[in-house]
Design a protein around this ligand. Structure first.
Ligand code: DC
Length: 218
């Protein structure tokens, strides 16, 4: 069973994907971490994330057991912005495609299936996924959530700057030529602007259970 979860930054898709994977006994891959790892590798080599040749090299070198994938610095805003730039490079996307498809075809740990979350899972990486979700919320709500998360982590943040960064990343992710962020035609669109995380989770579970015919074990 393959479950594809896409959506814009700070839509809550990551938390949702982890909970769904646990509920359905699936392995989970946060594909944004792959792009963040490539972005970080480029920054650490003092290169420009828009340098297509270097970014492609870094993407091809990324291995599933790479320590960088567990580096807490991947959650930083610097890594997010670099990720969104390397993600616009076609060779980077091509290099990461095999990584993601292998995970979906052979989930680690003998899991019954795979949950992948990202921007193009339902449209490009796993177009034949058994269930596709597109998780979204208004840009203002997402900026508020990001602000709260940053403050909880003790990181000072200016509301207007967080909102502007979010808009810039949305624009880059949805306007790029290759695999832009958009819902797959057959995706269930879940707008969580007015939902709690638990409400979003229950709505997602109900959809997946009916799409896959699988019992949502509690
Ligand atoms: O989900 P995230 O914020 O960790 O993603 C970081 C960046 O990586 C995001 O701005 C766009 C890119 N990305 C992508 O292009 N395709 C994916 N499947 C996942 C992430």
């Amino acid at each position: 069973m393959v479950i594809a979860i896409d959506g814009p930054a700070a839509s809550g898709k990551g938390t949702l994907a982890r909970r769904i994977a646990a509920r359905f006994g699936c392995a989970h891959l946060d594909t944004g971490q792959l792009y963040r790892a490539v972005g970080m590798a480029v920054l650490r080599a003092d290169k420009d994330p828009a340098d297509a040749a270097f970014a492609a090299l870094a993407a091809r070198a990324l291995k599933p057991d790479d320590a960088i994938l567990a580096d807490p610095e991947l959650r930083s805003d610097g890594a997010a912005q670099a990720a969104s730039k390397v993600a616009a490079v076609p060779e980077v996307r091509r290099a990461l495609l095999d990584f993601q498809r292998s995970f979906a075809a052979r989930p680690p740990g003998g899991a019954a299936g795979a949950v992948l979350d990202g921007r193009d899972i339902g449209t490009v990486v796993c177009p034949d996924a058994d269930a596709k979700l597109y998780v979204t919320a208004s840009v203002e709500v997402r900026a508020q959530r990001r602000l709260k998360e940053l403050r909880e982590r003790g990181i000072p943040a200016i509301p207007d700057a967080v909102l502007e960064d979010m808009k810039a990343r949305d624009a880059r992710d949805s306007q790029r030529a290759v695999a832009p962020l958009k819902p797959a035609g057959d995706a269930f669109v879940l707008d969580t602007s007015a939902m709690t995380a638990d409400e979003a989770f229950e709505a997602a579970v109900a959809f997946i259970a009916s799409a896959t015919g699988s019992a949502a074990a509690r």
